[in-house]
Design a binder for this molecule. Structure first.
Ligand code: HEM
Length: 528
């Protein structure tokens, strides 16, 4: 008979031997790239990192630290290397160089248009891949993406939502006027305005006074803060909620009934679904603009017997619309206002452009037509999108056939990640890349004056990705940023509290946000 202690000893020894073998295998392979599968082309070097430690290490570290580690690997191995993020996952290829990105995403756009089966961080949004960001490259993705681009994000459709933008902007300015002279934490306020706007585009319904106390201007700051936090938490925790349930509870909603944090989150998510369906039916009956959910209700899948989308699929797509559009735009808006507070000279220059444009119309807001005549505003927005990309690594791509980029082979099945921030901060393309200098984007003043965001000719920044999976919402996002920034600067002087510094440290949540949320002292430029 083997005693219990001998058995445990045996088990531990077995574990140690397995780990050593794993280490040996990985060590040998990591420093010696595999043989090229096509003559003259090599697999990129593999970053030497014990898989099991990588796993533990990565899960204990913030992504910004990971970004530092990846940068270190790039300095050791060059602009492209392979890394296995966990012992159970396929190796990922990391690319940080603009011309390699161009070769992969533009020259081989079809071969890199797929997504890997499990996409972080949005994998848990949809079990059946019925959303645009996670759908495999194929007929369903094409149908859904074409629907979003043509029915909601086409410039002619975007134009129809101008009244909603005016409404959200007026609500925001009105609220800020109530706070003028005070120091305000702006992130939640910006988030609320962008959220209501995208909610309107999605469901054709305004969140009115009843739902958004912000626009009443009558409540105490504390009451408003509490109410706003609850609305936002419903939205952003929904995201976390599904993941936690999927992870811990096997996706069974019926088991989530006890009062624990996980369960609280799920009940919020159910509430969200309730909201969605109310909106679906009301939107149709009340004859608002043809909104995103209307277009989804009209979709017929030709390769699936012409069936429409199910309710679950529609809910997934609406969540995706909000999640993809709200946090990214809000984050960017906060970064822009932070840079304008840190650089009062740039804020004054922007104000000068505003004043010379509006002349005696100082009572009115800056309108969408005005934006075309504001080159400095556009330069400020572009510089911020370059310097502060909300998504440091974009979304992963998957290779569907062997591809050669420069001298490297990306084999079929490889998972590829692009280091957006490294491309945007590349010294080869940008002088003193870490400085905030909108002048880089002023026509005729710099060699970077013709940056094409789609990257078709050349990639210099990758904030919205590039190629077939490039962000379809970039025109809308830029319009929102331009309109809001122009009016925020026209109405208020933005500065830090006396003696305070604007701290530009970063922190990764869903997007790369300000570690210390922006606190702005806002002073009205004219008497109301
Ligand atoms: C500042 C704002 C935004 C930024 C920085 C941003 C950035 C990105 C990035 C980096 C990707 C991945 C691209 C790739 O895979 O190569 C993406 C995808 C996507 N974005 Fe955006 N985005 C923004 C706003 C929006 C808005 C307003 C919407 C819609 C309302 C939107 C909808 C989407 C969708 C649906 C995808 C998935 C595309 C696909 O897989 O085909 N985004 N975005």
């Amino acid at each position: 008979m083997v005693s219990a202690s001998t058995f445990s000893l045996l088990l531990v020894s077995l574990l140690l031997v397995s780990l050593s073998l794993l280490f040996l295998k990985h060590f040998l392979l990591s420093n010696h790239p595999k043989k090229p599968s096509r003559s003259n082309f090599l697999l990129p070097p593999t970053a030497s990192f014990l898989p099991i430690f990588t796993h533990i290490f990565f899960h204990r570290r913030s992504v910004l630290e990971i970004a530092g580690i990846l940068r270190h690997f790039h300095s050791l191995h060059g602009p492209i290397f392979i890394l296995r993020l966990s012992p159970f996952s396929h190796p990922s290829f990391f690319i940080s160089d603009a011309s390699l990105c161009h070769s992969a995403l533009i020259q081989h756009s079809a071969a890199l248009a797929d997504r890997p089966p499990s996409v972080e961080p949005v994998r848990f949004l949809s079990a059946d891949n019925c959303n645009i960001s996670t759908a495999p490259y194929g007929s369903l993705w094409r149908l859904l993406r074409r629907n979003l681009s043509a029915e909601t994000l086409h410039p002619s459709r975007i134009l129809l939502f101008a009244p909603a933008r005016r409404w959200a902007l007026c609500g925001l300015l009105e609220y800020l006027h109530c706070q003028s002279g005070h120091t305000v934490a702006v992130r939640e306020i910006f988030q609320q305005a962008i959220f209501s706007l995208l909610l309107f585009m999605c469901f054709g319904k305004k969140l009115g006074e009843k739902e958004i106390p912000l626009f009443r201007g009558l409540m105490s700051t504390k009451e408003i803060d509490e109410q706003m936090i609850s609305v936002q938490n419903k939205y952003s925790l929904y995201f976390v909620g599904i993941k936690m349930c999927a992870t811990f509870m096997g996706n069974s909603t019926s088991r989530c009934s006890a009062a624990s944090p996980k369960i609280r989150i799920l009940s919020i998510s159910n509430e969200m679904e309730g909201i969605h369906f109310t909106f679906c039916s009301e939107g149709k009956q009340m004859g608002f603009e043809y909104c995103y959910v209307d277009s989804l209700l009209d979709i017929k899948h030709p390769e699936n017997g012409g069936r429409g989308l199910t309710d679950d699929e529609i809910v997934n797509l609406c969540h995706e619309f909000l999640i993809a559009g709200v946090d990214t735009t809000t984050t960017e808006l906060e970064w822009i206002m932070a840079e304008l507070m840190k650089n009062p000279g740039i804020q004054s220059k922007l104000l000068l452009e505003i004043e010379s444009l509006i002349g005696s119309r100082e009572e009115e807001n800056i309108m969408e037509d005005d934006l075309q005549r504001m080159p400095y505003l556009k330069a400020v927005i572009m510089e911020s999108l370059r310097r502060h990309p909300p998504a440091y690594f974009g979304l992963p791509h998957s290779v569907t056939e062997d591809v050669i980029i420069e001298k490297f082979l990306l084999p079929k099945g490889a998972k590829v990640r692009f280091s957006v921030a490294d491309v945007n901060w590349d010294k080869k393309n940008w002088e003193e890349p870490m400085l905030f200098r909108p002048e880089r984007f002023m026509v005729g003043t710099d060699r970077n004056d013709e940056v094409d965001l789609t990257g078709i000719k050349e990639i210099k920044m990758l904030t919205f990705g590039a190629g077939r999976r490039m962000c379809p919402g970039y025109v809308l996002a830029i319009l929102h940023l331009e309109l809001f920034v122009a009016n925020l600067v026209k109405e208020f002087l933005w500065k830090p509290e006396r003696g305070e510094e604007v701290d530009l440290s970063e922190k990764l949540e869903l997007t790369t946000i300000m570690k210390n949320p922006l606190q702005a002292k806002i002073i009205p430029r004219r008497k109301k």
